[in-house]
Design a protein. Structure first.
Length: 140
């Protein structure tokens, strides 16, 4: 029966097979998906958080242009492991760039970013025209 298949396990198996078929070129998918991001909104702001373990704030840049937020940077190989033989590596190193289409108009002059415990938080205030409005109803 079809429902007996664990879809997540099957998708992971297929991803591993594709990675092995593509060799090193399969790593480009991992680079394109890094860093992992979440986006939230309330009435006033859009907030993007990005997980950047092992990266310092000076290694990351954030830019915004024409409705696109770009998080870029570099994750270096830790000094203490440079002379060691690699046995297994799941965390990518090197340059990364993630672009995210912002779904609402924002006030780019008022944007802010903070970096705490390896998590980048970008706060983008919504433009007045993008904020929800309450429309009063007249009784006649």
């Amino acid at each position: 029966m079809l429902w007996d298949v664990d879809l997540w396990r099957e998708m992971d198996r297929m991803r591993r097979e594709m990675d092995s078929l593509l060799g090193d070129s399969g790593r480009s998918y991992a680079a394109a998906s890094y860093p992992l991001v979440n986006m939230y909104e309330d009435n006033d702001n859009l907030v993007v958080t990005a997980e950047l373990p092992g990266t310092g704030k000076d290694d990351v840049s954030v830019t915004y242009s024409d409705g696109v937020l770009t998080i870029a940077g570099r994750r270096a190989v830790p000094e203490r492991v440079k002379s060691m033989t690699e046995i297994r590596r799941e965390r990518a190193t090197g340059e990364f760039q993630k672009t995210i289409r912002v779904p609402s108009k924002v006030t780019s002059d008022a944007m802010s970013a903070s970096f705490t415990n390896g998590v980048l938080t970008v706060t983008m205030p919504k433009a007045e025209e993008a904020k929800p409005r309450t429309i009063s109803i007249e009784a006649k």
